[in-house]
Design a protein around this ligand. Sequence first.
Ligand code: 5GP
Length: 203
Amino acid sequence: MKKKGLLIVISGPSGAGKGTICKEWLKRHPEAVLSVSATTRPPRPMEIEGVNYFFKSREEFKKMIENNDFLEYAKVYDNYYGTPRKYVQQKLLEGRDVILEIDIQGALKVKDRFDEGVFIFIVPPTMEELRRRIVKRGTENPDIILQRFKSAFEEINFIKRYNYVVVNDTIEESVCKMEAIILAEKCRVDRNTHLIMQLQGEI
Ligand code: 5GP
């Protein structure tokens, strides 16, 4: 029987660097896949349909909810975001690791259903650094920056529901930590019962 892939869920406040960390980790692990979410948020400059998100109208998104197309969905700030169910399930069955870069509400919904997933929370080294990063990114207007910064304080309270925390000082260090977490998870006894039974069968 083919071993199922690992479901890796990454969350963290806006500006903590989760997108960059995931991108870099994926570059080093081309066997893994990133789940591309659907959203009602309009595309930012440079964002590509099907690469960053599947951009949907509210109507289209509503239809997808009705069709049970989402593993989870949530309203984040003023827009809807959802993880496509079929793609994730199919890739996991193929034995490929799947990364979901989603908000806390979504991550907790996934955790209720897939407790065998690995839940990682990315935090900035300081809140001041977080503010600096959100402003530097420059893709949002001042109201949204303030809203995202405020949310960050609330979001950090949910960290206890995750399995791991990665403090993002530098991307290189954070990617190494992520690799270490995933490697250790793959070596867990409860993820290797087939292998153990196989070994026992040979004794
Ligand atoms: P952004 O608009 O900055 O791309 O994303 C805003 C937030 O929505 C981020 O915290 C991001 O992780 C989250 N997000 C992206 N895709 C999904 C998804 O499919 N489901 C949920 N619940 N959150 C998502």
